[in-house]
Design a protein around this ligand. Sequence first.
Ligand code: G
Ligand code: G
Ligand code: MN
Ligand code: NA
Length: 250
Amino acid sequence: MSLKKDLERAIRENEFLLYYQPIACTRTQRVVGAEALLRWQHPEKGLVSPDDFVPVAEETGLINEIGTWVSRNVAYMQSGLKLLNVSVPLSMNVSPKQLSDPTFVARMQSLPKETGCNANDISLEITESVLLGDIPHAYESLTKLKAAGYRIVIDDFGTGYSNLAYLHNYPIDGIKIDRMFMNDIATGGAIVKLILSLASALDASVVAEGVETVEQRAWLSENGCNRFQGFLYSKPVPEQQFIDMLQAQV
Ligand code: G
Ligand code: G
Ligand code: MN
Ligand code: NA
């Protein structure tokens, strides 16, 4: 069966689920947020990673439907966490294609009313490629999403070819430092320091990704980076396990 057909069935049969990877404070080590990460529970192949199907979903346009599913689930999760009194900001990945889909923005605008979520507590992670200017309607979409209350965050920061000048033209609230820069810390962290001061100048929040060692976390804490995500703290976990983590720390 073609992957496209397989994905169409997955949408119909509701075979997707979200894992959550905690984001923690580098000083207190409490959970202060999480990133939603898509998984496909395939009837024969088991749990499939987005790397193995998101590219095809993008080519075929199915990413729009899948992304709609993701955003509704994240919104319901955010509103559920509020009801449980363990609310933390959540983030979700938005592919460039979705920003060109006129219905995406409208759906996002209706989510707070529909689900009871706080848009302010949901970050939309976009890649630097979106800022290059070759994605139709990206600027208008991001401006409207921001007006609806969502936070706009640049994912994998430092790996794209983002013309730094674009940072000023877009409504950026935060950046996530790509995990490749965690290696830089062992040799002094000059690049990470530069990214941290850039973020500070832009008044953008920062999450360091791919933190795997205690040394990296300690360095980030000492250098004023308050939030981190990575295997050191936790790998991505099923939704209920993430809720349990939050309830255990109240
Ligand atoms: O968690 P994992 O290693 O499987 O994620 C692999 C890649 O898939 C990451 O680059 C991540 O940004 C992307 N990804 C994860 N979830 C989603 C999603 O819901 N939508 C999109 N477009 N990409 C996602
Ligand atoms: O591109 P994005 O940042 O959305 O991708 C998140 C991906 O990074 C997920 O697939 C997740 O499994 C992976 N990831 C999360 N923490 C770590 C880590 O500490 N080390 C490595 N190598 N990968 C990680
Ligand atoms: Mn991400
Ligand atoms: Na990343």
